[in-house]
Design a protein around this ligand. Structure first.
Ligand SMILES: Cc1cc2nc3c(=O)[nH]c(=O)nc-3n(C[C@H](O)[C@H](O)[C@H](O)COP(=O)(O)OP(=O)(O)OC[C@H]3O[C@@H](n4cnc5c(N)ncnc54)[C@H](O)[C@@H]3O)c2cc1C
Length: 156
């Protein structure tokens, strides 16, 4: 990272930033092009490894692209603030962001799908024992993304 002073290396802070975000953009390889889609998400750690869950309709472009290639890129950002200045070049914008690479898979196991729903609900609506029936989870696709690598940057 060119601005090493803005790199966040503290793992706890990285997790805090991820938990503060409300949208994760997933980037797919699409033939000789790319496809980026914004999604709500749930975030968890498994033996120290970062895992994201997403819910989706069972059909659509991203589902087809995941089936073709499980390597994805992702990006999240939060803590946006504009800092005005006298001159245009005095303006700045603060942010906290994460960029990374992961492996994305469709989850078929009903219990893991329920766990994923719980994780997504926890992210947006707080920790609670949310209830899901088999029919609820059967109607949607769940994507599991295991993080391979990431970097984190903050401009305060
Ligand atoms: C903040 C945010 C959170 C979201 N959270 C979720 C979520 O948790 N789960 C979920 O399934 N969807 C969510 N969406 C909608 C999501 O971005 C996609 O529109 C949706 O998942 C359909 O994706 P798809 O690849 O199946 O597209 P398809 O329905 O197959 O359509 C593909 C075509 O539509 C265009 N397209 C698809 N999505 C968008 C978009 N968002 N904006 C502009 N053009 C688009 C593509 O360029 C492509 O040409 C969210 C959107 C936003 C902005």
């Amino acid at each position: 990272m060119r601005r090493a002073d803005r790199e966040v290396k503290d793992e706890k802070r990285v997790d805090e930033i991820i938990r503060a975000c409300d949208c994760c953009r997933l980037g797919f390889i699409d033939g000789d092009s790319t496809y980026i889609v914004p999604l709500n998400f749930g975030f968890t750690k498994e033996d120290g490894k970062r895992v994201f869950y997403f819910h989706s309709a069972r059909e659509g472009k991203k589902i087809e692209l995941i089936k073709a290639n499980s390597i994805v890129g992702f990006e999240l950002d939060t803590n946006h603030a504009l800092h005005a200045g006298e001159k245009a070049c005095d303006y700045s914008f603060s942010f906290s962001s994460v960029i990374g690479k992961g492996m994305a898979f469709l989850v078929n196991d009903v219990d893991e799908k329920k766990k994923a729903f719980q994780c997504i609900m926890n992210h947006y609506a707080g920790n609670k024992d949310w209830q899901f029936t088999d029919a609820d989870v059967g109607r949607v696709a769940i994507i599991r993304m295991e993080v391979i690598e990431l970097s984190c940057k903050e401009h305060k």
